[in-house]
Ligand binder design. Structure first.
Ligand code: UD1
Length: 418
């Protein structure tokens, strides 16, 4: 096990280059088996979720190799349609493989997916949508078995705009017979990236980014090269870091429009923000005013993945903040740890009331999930005194070189083995 040792209380200054988006790359890796030809993902982040996904691709028989920051996937020899529990349990995104493996092989067998424990995270919408496409699904002993020689285009109305279900249905229908219409689709920008990648492979997907996605099935897809979109959650995490620590940061490789909900909040609490092309500048001095109300909702609302960092920021703002988590049931695991650092937080169900304190105090805390772990690291970097953040496995799922980037901006943080 590894931990961060952090000496907090220093402002952040400098430039941070943002990685490609984890949540875009994972479905792209699933999409790579839709074609028998090679694909190249440029600027692919080397985070453990990506490494886990490459393990699944290898299990299917794909040849995977890194060349610098680029990932090459050749699935011409892929023949296996089964993803064992040991791999699926490591990674929630293994569920995307259902759609693409069915599309490629006409069947799939996958253990129930794992991932961060932030709530129930059911996959009922994925399964009912696949059934609409004609996929026969049975479940036994923790495995989901799917069979369908070729999915058939259909109308699917999602009960709620699930990102994963939207992506899985796009993957399953990319090579289907006929046209699939997904209504009440999630509108996250990562879905647009998936659409663009499939279209670069010769697919016919349109409407992503809106509530209706239309997929015209094609018989075959070919190889392609693609550079995924910037990681809006990583960018948001560093913006919140600057708001907590003070200082001045320039972020490159960002799409400011993807961060509207956060930028709006940060401006409200008097951070100076500038955006130009693919850059965002943030400058903060003194104590921030509280953001008052932060309520997570599907894109373009405030992202649930930035709720934990935003909660950490609210802890040291002037005044009280209510944070409402509308997407996941148990996404407040960082709260008891923040309280150990001196935060004043009361949680009732999906809402947290945070009364701002002047500063947090260094403490030994434990990361319980990916974004919660990032939030605790920011808390430690801003706190007075020394902290340790233990169990970096979660943080490594989504941030490549997290501590290097913070250190380059002036934070005192190092990684040690426990
Ligand atoms: C994706 C993101 C995750 C982010 C989340 C919400 C990836 C790899 N992960 O997760 O980082 O926090 O979107 O922005 O892209 N739901 C159901 N039934 C289903 C599927 C979902 O009830 O079959 C519910 C969930 O419990 C949740 C809501 O729908 O309350 C949204 O979940 P969803 O959008 O599916 O999140 P993920 O795709 O798992």
């Amino acid at each position: 096990m590894e931990k961060f040792i952090v000496e907090g209380g220093r402002p952040l200054y400098g430039h941070i280059d943002i990685q490609s988006a984890k949540n875009a790359v994972l479905p792209l890796l699933a999409a790579s088996v839709l074609t028998e030809e090679a694909v190249i993902i440029h600027k692919c982040p080397r985070i453990s979720d990506v490494v886990g996904m490459t393990g699944i691709l290898e299990e299917l028989g794909c040849a995977v190799r890194w060349e610098g920051g680029d990932l090459y996937i050749d699935s011409s020899a892929a023949a296996n349609h089964e993803i064992p529990a040991a791999l699926a349990k490591e990674l929630r995104s293994s569920v995307f493989m259902l759609g693409s493996v069915i599309a490629r092989f006409g069947r799939a067998r996958i253990a129930y997916p794992g991932g961060c424990d932030i709530g129930l995270r059911p996959i009922d919408l994925h399964l009912s949508g696949l059934r609409r496409l004609g996929v026969e699904i049975s479940e036994d002993g923790g495995y989901i078995d799917c069979a369908c020689p070729r999915p058939q285009g259909a109308e699917v109305l999602l009960d709620c705009p699930s990102v994963g279900a939207t992506e899985n249905l796009i993957l399953a229908s990319a090579r289907a017979e006929g046209t699939t219409v997904i209504r009440n689709a999630a509108r996250e920008p990562e879905i647009v990236d998936l659409q663009n990648f499939i279209n670069r492979m010769g697919g016919r997907v349109k409407g992503a980014g809106g509530a209706t996605v239309v997929v015209e099935g094609v018989r075959k897809l070919h190889g392609a090269e693609f550079t995924p979109m910037p990681d809006r959650i990583e960018a948001g995490t560093f913006l919140i870091a600057a708001a907590m620590c003070g200082g001045k940061l320039a972020l490159t490789n960002v799409q400011p429009a993807h961060l509207d909900a956060l930028l709006h909040k940060l401006r409200e609490i008097s951070c100076k923000i500038g955006a130009e092309g693919d850059k965002i500048y943030i400058e903060c001095a003194g104590r921030r005013l509280s953001p008052k109300l932060v309520e997570t909702s599907p894109y373009p609302g405030f992202p649930t993945d930035l709720q934990a960092p935003m909660t950490a920021l609210a802890c040291i703002c002037e005044g009280a903040t209510v944070v409402v988590e509308n997407l996941f049931e148990t996404r407040f695991k960082h709260v008891p740890e923040l309280i150990r650092m001196g935060a004043d937080i009361t949680v009732r169900g999906r809402a947290a009331l945070i009364r701002g304190v002047r500063s947090l105090q260094g403490a030994d805390v434990i990361a319980g999930d990916l974004r919660g772990g990032a939030a605790l690291t920011l808390a430690a970097v801003s706190a007075e005194g020394e902290s340790t953040v233990t169990d970096l496995r979660f943080i490594d799922r989504g941030y490549s070189g997290f501590e290097y980037k913070l250190r380059a901006a002036g934070a005192r943080i190092r990684r040690v083995r426990v």
